[in-house]
Design a protein around this ligand. Structure first.
Ligand code: ZN
Length: 427
């Protein structure tokens, strides 16, 4: 069959569905393409995919992947125009599937085909989505007030970006207490006529192509500065190169390798980081050991800052050449926010140091210093799980099992610092 229609429903059917289901017609279709050797070049070329126009569709997406080891290069061609390179998906963590960046296609009569510089025995898989317009939906943007000096900025919750309820949350979410905020870009769709539909398309890509339990990010921000709740606050996401525990991931929607974030998006990012920092006691200009990676990391980092860490499973330019250099200014402006005045970096204040000895030990540690300044103590395992322990008024604490632990000392003046504890096996 020479032509495969991505959108099979006729105009009549779609308008009927619209009237009956109030826009609940994001349509997914899975295609499997075989590539044919070109008669004139060394390339392997797919059949032409033909998409149908429809006025109530905001745009199409195509997620392309190969279910086999594949080291070749792919290109795609829209409407017979220039071939464009298709990059590997920058957040991909699967080893059994070569996944490429999501392609966004405008809603107009369109054809697309693919070309590879290598033969692909397994064939090329394409999951295409027809994104229904979200414009007619008027779900309110939620606003939460938390017990924190910084107000949580308004956001578009899941009911807002996925009003049909077809984008469920992770059925078994893992709670985490973030110590680090990781900034990303989505590497696609800097501009859109329907950003809620863009968020839905990421949800589908992350769940149905990457195999994650939910959209990867905790939060997303579009070019107009609208904040979208992904996994939300205090839930472990899938975004930081297999080191997700104790992080929260904020994705700036757009490709900031080749475009620049808008001022509206940066302002929303700073407001969101300020609230997260306030709520989670994260000093925005500071750095500390990130427990999961066991490495020193700025509290506000870009995804690429994880590249060289020993536990990293990816290598990425995320959040892009035009966003990454803005992070230092973002740290400084967030630090200057009046609502974070009580949160002081441990490095900046006069304070009695806490000493911990012996360290390593066989399970008993003695803290010395001005113990009256301690507001709270938490101990985490290497995988970020909070650990129960015994702490006595004289500053001694006990841990039962051998291993590497992280002790977070939060002080009454707002400072917080993480110390490594090593418990040796009993002799
Ligand atoms: Zn990223």
């Amino acid at each position: 069959m020479k032509y495969i229609a991505l959108v099979l429903a006729s105009f009549f059917c779609l308008t009927t569905v619209l009237a009956q289901q109030n826009n609940s017609f994001d349509q997914a279709k899975n295609l499997h393409l075989t590539l044919q050797k070109s008669s004139s070049t060394n390339d392997f070329i797919s059949e032409l995919i033909d998409m149908d126009i429809h006025p109530n569709v905001s745009f199409f997406t195509a997620a392309v992947f190969v279910d086999a080891p594949f080291s070749g290069n792919l290109q795609y061609q829209i409407n017979g125009a220039e071939w464009q390179s298709l990059e590997r998906y920058h957040e991909a963590t699967r080893t059994d599937r070569a996944i490429f960046e999501l392609i966004f296609l405008p809603n107009e009569s369109i054809t697309i085909k693919f070309k590879s510089d290598q033969n692909i025995d397994a064939g090329l898989s394409v999951r295409s989505l027809t994104l229904a317009s979200t414009k007619l939906l008027n779900d309110p943007i939620a606003q939460l007030q938390e017990d924190c000096n910084c107000t949580q900025p308004e956001f578009c919750g899941r009911n807002c970006w996925c009003p049909t309820g077809d984008c469920p949350t992770d059925a078994t979410p893992v709670a985490t207490a973030p110590t680090h905020i990781i900034v990303h870009h989505s590497a696609s769709a800097s501009m859109s006529n329907d950003f809620p539909a863009v968020v839905r398309s990421y949800w589908d890509f992350h769940v149905n192509v990457n195999g994650w339990d939910d959209i990867g990010y905790n939060w997303l921000i579009d070019g107009e500065g609208v904040i979208y709740e992904g996994r939300g606050s205090g839930t472990q996401g899938a975004h930081f190169s297999c080191m997700n525990n104790q992080t929260t991931g904020i994705c700036m929607i757009g490709n900031f390798e080749n475009s620049t974030p808008t001022q509206a998006a940066i302002t929303s990012l700073e407001n969101l980081i300020a609230w997260e920092a306030c709520d989670k006691t994260i000093v925005p200009g500071g750095s500390s050991n990130h427990i999961t990676s066991g490495s020193l990391l700025n509290h506000i980092s870009g995804h690429r800052d994880g590249n060289d860490l020993p536990s990293s499973c990816t290598n990425t330019v995320c959040p892009g050449a035009n966003l990454y250099p803005l992070l230092q200014g973002i740290r400084e402006r967030v630090t200057d926010k009046a609502c974070l005045n009580d949160l002081v970096d441990v490095e900046d204040i006069e304070q009695p140091n806490f000493q911990i000895f012996p360290n390593p030990s066989y399970g008993y540690f003695q803290l010395s210093g001005d113990l009256n300044q301690i507001a709270a103590l938490n101990i985490y395992s290497q995988t970020g799980q909070q650990i129960a322990f015994k702490f006595n008024q004289n500053g001694s604490l006990a841990l039962r099992k051998s291993g590497l632990y992280f002790l977070k000392i939060m002080q009454k003046n707002g400072a917080a610092k993480i110390h490594k504890l090593i418990v040796q096996p009993a002799p």
